[in-house]
Structures are given as structure tokens and as C-alpha cells.
Ligand binder design. Structure first.
Ligand SMILES: CC(C)(COP(=O)(O)OP(=O)(O)OC[C@H]1O[C@@H](n2cnc3c(N)ncnc32)[C@H](O)[C@@H]1OP(=O)(O)O)[C@@H](O)C(=O)NCCC(=O)NCCS
Length: 195
């Protein structure tokens, strides 16, 4: 295994990304998008990459409202092979997020590469990119209470737990919420609460 790195989505890695989708992996953790993304990238590979790099489509909220996607960064996680994806989104000039957005960072590692420290390493790398892109000193990362893996990732990056976040939508789940420092995540880890 090579060192873990974040790369911008590109044609170079698209076949490996598609292969991961074909094995049932979904980069979206709220719903399974593997089939629809495979169809999209086959129909228009360049357009698929372009949309990841500079989103132009609008987000359709549960009530049908269309809102522009927040500016952000999408990166693919690689270790010589494709490992997963991680993204950062923010509202320029503030650490506040709109009510429909549960956190600044989302990530998903392919099942066959989990429990090797890949997501923790990727989040550490993304924290630096997020700081460089936004100037935010800290980011909000959330996870479901029973998502032990994601909680491990967050705590491994120095997450400090704050008040739970109410469900984003009716029937949704309460999320555990954490602030993570972007510039010196290791400095906060010593004060991370017990799991
Ligand atoms: C969450 C996820 C990204 C973690 O990826 P990963 O590369 O396996 O994570 P890591 O190997 O960096 O593990 C981080 C910590 O969590 C622990 N952990 C990982 N998987 C775990 C599991 N299933 N149960 C309990 N602890 C787990 C690890 O032991 C590690 O703790 P340590 O540092 O004390 O050893 C991955 O499980 C995944 O893609 N899940 C589906 C998508 C998802 O839930 N995304 C997050 C949404 S908030």
C-alpha cells in the first residue's frame, strides 16, 4: 500500500471509481447513488468529472426547493488504488451552514479497504485543504450516534463534541456533532472526550 493521498476527480481514476460503484459502493452516505452515478458517468464521462469539480446542478431539497450547491472540494482517496471519496462544503465567510446541510465534511471508504486508517488519514489531509480553501479555523463534522467507524475517524482527528444536531428532515436521525480544528487538529486531540 502506498501513502494515502487525495486527488482531484479525473479521467485517470474514473475506471477505478466506476469499478467501486459496480461493486455497490456509494459515495453518498445518505442514499445509495451507485447505479445512478454509473449511468451518468457512462453517458458523459467528461461532464461527470466537471460536475464534481465545479457543481452547476442545483440541489433539490425534500420540499422541492432548488438551491445552488455550496462551494467546496471533492477529492478521491487513493493509496495506489482507489479507496473512496471525501468532500468539503462551506458558505464563504462563515462557519455557519444552511439548515439542510449537516456538516462541512463527508466521506466514504470502499468496504474492502476499511479499518486501515484510510478515512482518518484522508480527513487529516482534507482539513488542510479546507483551511486553505476557506480560511475556516474549524469545521463541523457529524455522524449518526451508532456510526462507530465515523466517530472513530472524527475523534482520531481531534473532534470535540458539541450539542447533538436535530434531524434535518422529518423521520431523520439525530446526529452527533463535533468541531474539528483545521489548522492544528492534533493539538485538540488531547482534550477529545471519551468515546
Ligand atoms: C466511516 C468510514 C469512512 C471509516 O473508514 P475507515 O477507513 O474504515 O476508518 P479508519 O480505519 O480510519 O477508522 C477510524 C477509527 O474508527 C474505528 N473503526 C473503524 N471501523 C469501525 C467499526 N466498524 N466499528 C468500530 N470502530 C471502527 C477504527 O478502529 C479507528 O479507530 P482507532 O483509530 O482507535 O483504531 C467507513 O466505515 C465508511 O465508509 N462507512 C460508510 C460511510 C459513512 O458512514 N461515512 C461517514 C458518514 S458520517
Amino acid at each position: 500500500m502506498s501513502a494515502i493521498a487525495l486527488v482531484a476527480p479525473s479521467q485517470d481514476w474514473l475506471p477505478a471509481y466506476e469499478a467501486a460503484l459496480a461493486r455497490g459502493w456509494s459515495p453518498n452516505t445518505e442514499r445509495d447513488v451507485s447505479a445512478e452515478q454509473r449511468a451518468e458517468l457512462r453517458a458523459d464521462p467528461d461532464g461527470f468529472i466537471a460536475e464534481l469539480l465545479t457543481p452547476r446542478r442545483r440541489l433539490i431539497l425534500d420540499d422541492g426547493t432548488r438551491v445552488p450547491k455550496l462551494p467546496g472540494i471533492v477529492r478521491w482517496i487513493v493509496d495506489g488504488e482507489f479507496c473512496g471519496s471525501i468532500n468539503f462544503r462551506h458558505v464563504p465567510g462563515t462557519e455557519e451552514l444552511p439548515a439542510y446541510c449537516s456538516g462541512h465534511v463527508g466521506y466514504a471508504v470502499v468496504p474492502w479497504k476499511r479499518r486501515r486508517g484510510i478515512a482518518t488519514a484522508a480527513l487529516r489531509l482534507m482539513l488542510r485543504e479546507a483551511w486553505a480553501a476557506s480560511g475556516l479555523a474549524r469545521v463541523m463534522v457529524t455522524c449518526d450516534e451508532d456510526n462507530m467507524a465515523s466517530r472513530g475517524v472524527i475523534l482520531g482527528c481531534g473532534g470535540l463534541r458539541v450539542a447533538d444536531q436535530p434531524p434535518l428532515r422529518p423521520g431523520g436521525r439525530v446526529k452527533n456533532a463535533y468541531w474539528i480544528a483545521t489548522s492544528a487538529p492534533a493539538a485538540l486531540s488531547a482534550t477529545a472526550p471519551a468515546r
